[in-house]
Design a protein around this ligand. Structure first.
Ligand code: GUN
Length: 288
């Protein structure tokens, strides 16, 4: 292996420490405790794991954690009523509605009913527009975590060729906006991209966010490139049981890349750290 392994777990712990310091100062100077509300509809097992982990880390940095677990059959009107209540609750500075929502609920409508100032996911259409036009916004947590790791490792990203694989609203599109904001030359590749290995082979930075286990292999990677692996896929082990793998094949990519994020322990912990940082930011903005 030649690549430097970017330790997202350690970086995330540092970011959470900085958030905890900020929270303590807010409490001491102004008597304000930042609060994060997480809304989970239904019982999707992966979502339950995320929500539990978010709640635990929210409390660990000294914030107030509010959890709203709603029945899978909850009506849109009832969900919107919960969001309206959180929008108007001065103890709540950040609101996150866990996705995916059950099929009978209109995700766009639900997300756009969140007060944009409390939209710590950065998914509200007004935050998307602000980010796209380079204005101050709430920035989606996973791409923000990726950008922080890239800036930490490289310093300036100016002029680098970045290929983002995946065009989701949660990762691919905002990631591309952020890299463009840091003066990268950005390509968004996706399932219909022709000759994906050749496109990826041009990249100084590869962000893999497709949700396909180990799809990106070392022979696609330009020697010395940086690989940011957003995938979290559970796969069967040959000897039985399961393990988590990314969208990049770690072994073969690490043999060619200059730097790579592992799965687990790369992007994942940074996502939650950025959620907490966004909640602190929202609280500071709400209180001048
Ligand atoms: N589901 C998977 N990732 C996310 C995320 O970043 N935010 C929300 N709200 N739901 C998700």
């Amino acid at each position: 292996m030649t690549a430097t392994v970017i330790d997202g777990k350690a970086f995330a712990a540092k970011v959470r420490g900085q958030v905890a310091d900020g929270v303590a100062k807010l409490k001491e100077a102004h008597g304000i405790t930042p609060g994060l509300a997480v809304v989970l509809v239904g019982e999707d097992p992966a979502s339950q794991v995320y929500v539990r982990s978010k709640g635990k880390m929210t409390v660990e940095v000294g914030m107030a954690s509010f959890e709203h677990r709603l029945d899978v059959d909850t009506s849109e009107a009832d969900l919107l009523a919960v969001i309206d209540q959180l929008n108007n609750d001065p103890a709540v500075h950040g609101i996150l509605v866990q996705l995916p929502l059950p099929g009978h609920l209109d995700s766009d409508l639900v997300i756009n009913s969140i007060d944009p100032a409390k939209d710590v996911d950065g998914f509200h259409i007004s935050n998307v527009g602000l980010l796209g036009t380079g204005q101050k916004s709430m920035v989606p947590c996973t791409p923000l975590g990726c950008l922080m790791m890239l800036r930490d490792y490289h310093g300036s990203l100016s002029g680098m060729n970045a290929v983002v694989i995946g065009r989701s609203n949660i990762v691919g599109k905002p990631m591309a906006q952020l890299l463009l904001g840091d003066s990268c030359t950005v390509t968004i590749a996706h399932s219909r991209t022709k000759d994906l290995p050749a496109v990826v082979g041009q990249a100084d930075i590869v962000v893999a966010a497709v949700g396909r286990p180990q799809m990106v292999t070392g022979d696609w990677i330009k020697p010395g490139a940086t690989v940011i692996d957003v995938g979290i896929n559970r796969v069967e082990k040959p000897e039985g049981g399961t393990r988590l793998v990314g969208d990049a094949d770690f072994e073969s990519c690490a043999a060619v890349a200059g730097a790579i994020t592992p799965v687990p322990g790369g992007v994942g912990p940074m996502t939650i750290a950025c959620l907490l940082a966004n909640t602190l930011t929202a609280c500071c903005r709400a209180n001048g």
